[in-house]
Design a protein around this ligand. Sequence first.
Ligand code: PCA
Length: 205
Amino acid sequence: MKVLVTGFEPFGGERVNPSIEAVKRLSDKIAGADIIKAEIPTVFNKSIRKLEKILEDEKPDITICVGQAGGRNRISVERVAINISDGRIPDNEGYQPVDEIIFEDGDTAYFARLPIKKIVKELNDRNIPAEVSNTAGTYVCNHLMYGLLYNINKKYPNMMGGFIHIPFLPEQVIDKPNMPCMSLDLIVEGLTIAIEVAVNSGQSK
Ligand code: PCA
């Protein structure tokens, strides 16, 4: 089994993005599955095009995209992606869409194709704070999650896939009093557990 895991480049004035830092540190094999890692630009449209190219080349069985959700205090396993982009800030190439449809022929929303509740339960059972989140926002993370699920629905019906948001790293909140954070080690452990649960549920199908 092959699992693609993606992280984003830093954006919004941050020097790091915990998502790519954590993805880089994942083992190359988890629960017997080969782990393929990729960095995605924090740019509307280009992000989906890069993901589509990797899906074409690698044909993974499971794809999990990871992004930073500054302000959240736990690992958030996203339930749904919506067919709209509305940038609070410009992306890394200066583009800021307002209420833009992502795919004209796509559904209004797609649900994650991951065992989201099982993942959250396993994380919490192993003392890692986690939740199901009902919104991935309207910025590049929702955009990429929507692009992934659109491709799964249109082209790869047997692929599992979804999105996980993670908090800031401790080093990012030094200048942000009262802002939650999570250590890189705990994030890596959490993503590893999420992948294990997904791989095991994929094998039992
Ligand atoms: N987080 C952003 C985009 C890239 C990232 O890591 C988001 O939540 O939309």
